[in-house]
Write a protein that binds this ligand. Sequence first.
Ligand SMILES: Nc1ncnc2c1ncn2[C@@H]1O[C@H](COP(=O)(O)OP(=O)(O)OP(=O)(O)O)[C@@H](O)[C@H]1O
Ligand SMILES: O=C(O)C1=C[C@@H](O)[C@@H](O)[C@H](O)C1
Ligand SMILES: [Mg+2]
Length: 167
Amino acid sequence: MSPTVVLVGPPGAGKTTIGGLLAAELGVEFRDVDHDIEATAGKPISEIFVDDGEPAFRALEVDAVAAALESHDGVLALGGGAVLADATRAALRGHRVVHLNVGLSDAAERVGLNTARPLLSLNPRATLRTLLAERAPIYAEVATITVDTDGRTPEDIAADVLKQVNA
Ligand SMILES: Nc1ncnc2c1ncn2[C@@H]1O[C@H](COP(=O)(O)OP(=O)(O)OP(=O)(O)O)[C@@H](O)[C@H]1O
Ligand SMILES: O=C(O)C1=C[C@@H](O)[C@@H](O)[C@H](O)C1
Ligand SMILES: [Mg+2]
């Protein structure tokens, strides 16, 4: 069993949003590793960061990604920082990995709509700028397909991903 598509990208790229649309179009299940981790821990990611710290969250994340890659055959969204782990980058090899690319301006606007991101709770725009710059080469390394999302509707992006997946 292997996911049809694995979505990666920074916070605000739209992994959860596009993942849901894509799964509906393909008629498959959508799974989001962030939700898996919250279900396992029994609390929101923001509370895992506060109670247990980021390293504990990252350890849960490596295990959750590995389990999902082995057991899910629909669309799978990873958390924004999942690709930072060597083990996760290795586990992604051989999968169809779509990088949802987003620039600072659109990402900042999108995450501004939501306060549940512990890494972005202080100075979100500056943090996001650093995070985008540091992670850009890592997303590019793991991706087999890259789709730009700036200034586009979720429906348009999902249609583009579908086209490239079927190409
Ligand atoms: N193309 C888009 N245009 C406008 N708004 C968008 C677009 N994609 C997503 N959004 C909105 O931006 C916010 C973030 O999207 P989403 O939660 O899907 O991102 P994510 O990549 O899953 O982020 P995270 O890594 O934090 O889980 C949501 O409020 C969503 O409705
Ligand atoms: O970019 C990140 O490091 C994160 C993104 C979210 O999806 C969550 O996995 C968590 O908030 C960390
Ligand atoms: Mg998400």
